[in-house]
Design a binder for this molecule. Sequence first.
Ligand SMILES: [Zn+2]
Length: 90
Amino acid sequence: MPEPRKRSRSKRRRFIKTPGAKVTIHYREKKHKKPICSICKQELHGVPPLKQSEIKKIPKSRRRPNRPFGGNVCHQCLQRNLKSEIRGMP
Ligand SMILES: [Zn+2]
């Protein structure tokens, strides 16, 4: 019986043949989606595609860009929206 956390079907299973000709299951993590901009849906740079528990282990400066809405919105969208907000245009 696998560990309780590995019984989930959300883990990828890999059937591996051992030297003794037994077939064992190896469990693999699913690949994580790359973070995307919430406006234009483009891939965000400077944001690692890690699990939340792994992100907590790295320094805060490596988690997301240090600017307003960093890690949620890309720099082009932020610049465009801030300019339109300041100029009072929709
Ligand atoms: Zn964007």
